[in-house]
Design a protein around this ligand. Sequence first.
Ligand code: MG
Length: 374
Amino acid sequence: MTDLAPYAVTGNNSRGRKIIEDAPQGRSEFQRDRDRIIHSGAFRRLEYKTQVFVNHEGDLFRTRLTHSIEVAQIARSIARHLCLNEDLAEAISLAHDLGHTPFGHAGQDALNACMKTYGGFEHNLQSLRVVDKLEERYAAFDGLNLCFETREGILKHCSADNAARLGEVGERFLNNRRPSLEAQVANLADEIAYNNHDVDDGLRSGLVTLEQLETVPLVANHLNEVRHAYPDLPERRVVHETVRRMINTLVMDLIRRSESNISTQSPATLDEVRSAPVLITYSPEINDQQRALKGFLRTHLYRHYRVLRMSAKAQRIISDLFGIFMADSRLLPPQFQHPAEQDRARAVADYIAGMTDRYAIREHRRIFAVEEGV
Ligand code: MG
């Protein structure tokens, strides 16, 4: 690894793990975090969870797993360029969606509505709950006992109430402080990954067309360049070549702008990063362009009637399951059964959030379809 910047997170300036463990052999603390995440059950389940398209709709669409790997790739590139801790950026990226429900945002909204009187449900908080509590792999502790900096990176946003309840990892939301630059990088790498792969998946699905995308400057600029340089290129290759250039533009803009933010602010330590403004940013021009792309995707892809139909189905599955498990907790697997209503609601939410798309569909069928076995 190249020399890290003085304000990068390292094993030395880390606040460490809640439960003190022996130092890792042959790998760094943050490599160990990454390895624990990759070996977790929640990570493997990401393979069968929706990003935008439900898992069974096609084999080539992104899932939460391939999305998380793309985020990690982008985050590592940026972190390396800025002399930040690549392993930490990678660990945060791989863990950031561990708490996602089945069926993407439709699933999260449905579960949040079900949990309204029980403290709500938020996938970002749930990702932290997975690594802090729900994974059962170690003899000495619940969860994965990750380093503070990995946990703070997973917790991207948080209400004041939740922040107060979460202790150390929630403090920055109450004290108006920033997370590490590695966390800031992983956060924007997430956005770069999904905006670009949703263009690719949207086109592949036929729900959006290249003609529509020509109205989006970030796409149009690169599309015109590609068409001009390769007039006879088949359309699939035009799409890949365009998306590749879009990712590169966003990454390079982010690196340049962040370098200039860092040199203006010149933090000397990790602590000075925490009290500085957000330093990992796009330039205003590229920021406008990527917001326009986001707006396009929201209108034309995420609210496409075929996506909304799938979302409506997903919401029904989740609220049916929640309703029946709350009404009769004896239907739950024993480890999720809780006599007290408040605890039961959280246990039901944990159970449902942990399901893959197809597991939720099957579980719904097992319980509600009379012709189905149980
Ligand atoms: Mg994500």
